[in-house]
Write a protein that binds this ligand. Structure first.
Ligand code: ATP
Length: 645
């Protein structure tokens, strides 16, 4: 090696998160050690895809070697396995950036979530993506030789990291000559990993995990040496995998295991997918879609900067990762591949923004995914109901965004929603709007719901009293986004969605004649009291009315029919948005002793009126502007009742 090259050697520290990841990976993923090969082959394949794409513009990058492939060798005496590709390769800076740090958004937050419990963390690490570092599960030293396509042979880089001794946590980089472009990763196996030094073993791992890889994965042929009584390696290489694009094959020829293995590669996931849909669309636009619904939400689903989407190919040439335009944002959890026969090979993100072809593909993919989810939700097949429940738990919140975002599919998305309701009275979201409708009472023509900040506040809302008494089911909504969902969903299947906390509660045919008469009589009897209360509460209320919706509580607050609901107004306020100020209506229960008493109250009337109002506000999930005065009033009234005041 030249002196200049030797002098270029540099020792660097891993980013703190990488150290953590390495430590965890070695300790918690050991029982799954075989995945290292899948991960490294997957990276090699991605590197080949990237080269093929860049070479569309710059054919010189092929350097007269256009047969992209992945080569795996092992050396029993040196105890090494080498995975080499002639893909895009890495420059020195890229090796430092990609192999010494984790560039994913949300990495810090992710590591903050780790518990120290190896089992739980292993699962989390799987979600995060194990990638290159999985090499260290089986190796205590990893050497990477790489040269980026287009750079001179002298601009190769050697990256090396040994996990033992003093240098653990550090790696070195050094300039080297590398004649061939691409990356060569050599694993120096740990003690006890000798079984991997076998052609048979490695080939079976490739067939098991990497059969779907598009590029050929080649290994040396072996033959039995009668004299030595062992398998010996020949110079000739053979292809081990099927080496064709899985999505181009016919559905009938692909096993579930093959679909699952491909998902792990394309979805960068360690777990199996929940479901998938694979189809070829012909006609004016021709494309193939293989789309997967993962079994768990990625750790960065709520990170606005995170990129999520499916991979776009044009005529089997990889074009881009995370082509978010291929699906609407509320389906951002979907992974997979779309391969178009019509788009130009030089299609860029900018072109995608405008392309009519993309609109068609997006509409088609959306339909497929919604159809897949519908099938899961309605299927009678064993396990499918549980799968849908898992899906809802993981992605329900994201799917809800679709009600407002996707006008064309609004009803379909609404049909997929699941809610908690007074039927089970538990926070589990299992009730669909169709379930609700099928259980509606005779004469009921509306879907009733209540919204609140928490499930308990919704469940115990005084507004539900009359519904509980009459056995009418009410949806209990306590997710912040629910207000927005409901705001975008005035009706479902011809039935209006109605808040139980809004004024003018009209139970229509659900009310009997006697009740109607009673309401009219009460309104008459209480006319004077209502006016007195309204005067006493002044600016705090829009109106004071008698209600029959309460059975146990003395009073409740409702929003006027066309005013904003009080829960939504609070959410907007908390988010710093200005909500139109609308005053609530105080409704009082004429059969409650506290209200009856008020008819004859004189001296403390104002305090009583204010306390009834404040109580109703609290019961509804609101907060008091002036809690101290409320407490003082309660104390005064208690003393007055006990005759001390
Ligand atoms: N064989 C390779 N050729 C070229 N670049 C590579 C190769 N292997 C890894 N890299 C680079 O290193 C980066 C980090 O790889 P790593 O496997 O850790 O993460 P990833 O592939 O981005 O995501 P995931 O962890 O989900 O697989 C890659 O994104 C790529 O840029």
């Amino acid at each position: 090696m030249s002196e200049a090259k030797a002098a270029s050697a540099q020792t660097l520290n891993f980013q703190a998160e990488v150290k953590q990841l390495l430590h965890l990976m070695i300790h918690s993923l050991y029982s799954n050690r075989e995945i290292f090969l899948r991960e490294l082959v997957s990276n090699a394949s991605d590197a080949c895809d990237k080269l093929r794409f860049e070479a569309l513009d710059t054919p010189a990058l092929y350097e007269s070697d256009s047969e992209l492939k992945i080569r795996i060798d092992f050396d029993s005496s040196a105890r090494t396995i080498t995975i080499a590709d002639n893909g895009i390769g890495m420059s020195r800076d890229e090796a430092i950036a990609h192999l010494g740090t984790i560039a994913k958004s949300g990495t810090k937050e992710f590591f903050g979530k780790l518990t120290g419990d190896q089992k739980k963390d292993a699962h989390l690490i799987g979600q995060f993506g194990v990638g290159f570092y999985s090499a260290f599960i089986v190796a205590d030293k990893v050497t990477v030789l790489s040269r980026r396509a287009g750079l001179d042979a002298a601009e190769g880089v050697k990256w090396e990291c040994a996990m033992t001794g003093e240098s653990a946590g550090e790696y070195s980089v050094q300039a080297v000559d590398k004649a061939s472009r691409g990356t060569e990763i050599t694993l120096h196996l740990r003690e006890g990993q000798e079984d991997l030094l076998s052609g048979w073993k490695l080939k079976s791992l490739i067939r098991k995990y990497s059969d779907h890889i598009v590029q050929p994965i080649v290994m040396r042929k072996e033959e039995w040496d009668e004299e030595k009584k062992e398998q010996v390696l020949r110079d000739e290489y053979e292809t081990i995998n099927q080496a064709n694009a899985l999505w181009t094959r016919s559905r009938n020829d692909i096993s579930d295991d093959e679909y699952k293995a491909f998902y792990k590669h394309v979805g960068h996931d360690y777990d199996e997918p929940l479901a998938w849909t694979h189809s070829r669309v012909e006609g004016r636009h021709e494309y193939t879609q293989l789309l997967y619904v993962p079994a768990h939400a990625p750790f960065d689903m709520w990170d606005r900067n995170a990129k999520h989407g499916v991979k776009l190919y044009v005529k089997r040439v990889f074009i881009m990762d995370d082509a978010e335009k291929l699906l609407p944002a509320y389906l951002r959890f979907v992974r997979g591949v779309v391969d178009s026969a019509d788009l130009p090979l030089n299609v860029s993100r900018e072109i995608l923004q405008e392309s009519k072809d993309i609109d068609t593909i997006r509409a088609g993919c959306t339909k497929k995914i919604l159809g897949l989810l519908e099938d899961l939700a309605t299927s009678e097949e064993a396990g499918d109901k549980e799968k849908y429940a898992t899906f809802w738990k993981e992605f329900g919140k994201v799917l809800k965004e679709g009600v407002g975002e996707d006008f064309a599919n609004k009803d379909k998305v609404a049909g997929l929603l699941r809610f908690a309701s007074t039927k089970a009275d538990t926070p589990e979201e299992t009730v669909s709007l169709a379930d609700y409708i099928s259980r509606m009472k005779e004469g009921q023509d509306k879907i009733y719901y209540v919204t609140a900040e928490t499930f308990n506040a919704a469940k115990n809302s005084p507004h539900l009293e009359i519904f509980r008494k009459k056995g009418i089911e009410v949806l209990l909504l306590s997710d912040r986004v629910d207000e927005w969902v409901i705001g975008n969903l005035p009706e479902f299947d011809g039935k209006p969605l109605v808040s139980v906390a809004k004024g003018g509660l009209d139970l229509g045919a659900l009310e009997d004649e006697a009740e109607k008469k009673e309401a009219e009589k009460a309104a008459d009897d209480y006319k004077e009291l209502l006016e007195k209360m309204k005067a006493s509460l002044g600016e705090r209320v829009k109106d004071v009315k008698v209600t029959l919706r309460l059975t146990d509580s003395p009073a409740c607050l409702v929003a006027d029919e066309h005013d904003m609901g009080m829960n939504l107004a609070r959410i907007l306020k908390a988010a710093g948005q200005s909500a139109p100020v609308s005053k609530p209506i105080l409704e009082i229960n004429p059969n409650h002793p506290a209200v009856l008493r008020l008819k004859y109250e004189d001296k403390n009337f104002d305090d009583w009126a204010q306390v009834l109002f404040d109580q109703a506000l609290l019961a509804e999930g609101g907060t008091l502007d002036d809690p101290a005065t409320f407490v003082k009033r309660i104390n005064q009234l208690m003393l007055a009742m006990s005759g001390t005041n």
